[in-house]
Design a binder for this molecule. Sequence first.
Ligand SMILES: [Zn+2]
Length: 264
Amino acid sequence: MSAETINSAITVLMYHAVGDERGECVGAEAPYVATSRQFDSHLALTAQAGLRVRSVADLLAAPADRTPSVAFTFDDGHGSNGPAAERIARAGGSADFFVNPSRVGKPHNLGWSDLRSMADAGMSIQSHGQEHRYLDEMNPAEVMAQLVDSKKAIEDHIGRPVTLFAPPGGRVPPGLRVVAARAGYTAICSSRAGLWHIRQNPWDVPRLAVLQSTSDGQLARWLSQDWWEIAGRRARYLALSSAHRLLGNHRYGRLRRRLLYSGA
Ligand SMILES: [Zn+2]
């Protein structure tokens, strides 16, 4: 692997909610809630590693910028993302927040005024679909509507362009990139595990899911892009994808929940 290839790889973290010290967080699923201690620790580890916290949108907007960076992203628009965004802004960073317009303003979720304030503080507000529905269970017209309607709703409320799409549940149907390009997006942030090779493949943004079971040591290895650690995450992702294909959506969903709640 050349030095250029290594230097251009970026670790992209995917959070959902950030809870209190015990990980309590109403309206969010426990395995996906990072505790406040974890989040503090992640920001400290990032600073220790000499990495700047950036949004994927910022990194794509400045491809020649070689500042060592890590990307922070958040899915689902939980209300706890507001204070997390404040923390990141105070540290001089930015992050992407993928929201479903149908959920904005609902109990435990961010409202449009929260999202406008976050955008004013330098955060990037992006699309997670109009509703939190799996795209691989829809017909092509419905998929297109999810991408087009959510982009328009967020742009109308926030007043800034929406260029990134994160498919709910990480479910990427065949041909999504073509549909997303037609709808005006420039990158897809998936749940595929791995590092983001921004210059070789700006469209395809793999992410590493931060869970309550993610240890500080593991997070530090993601930041240092430890080869064995990243290879292990990729192997796990490929094994789960194969299980998904074999079991189908319903049975795979049950297996996934069992694994999540057992911390596996
Ligand atoms: Zn989601």
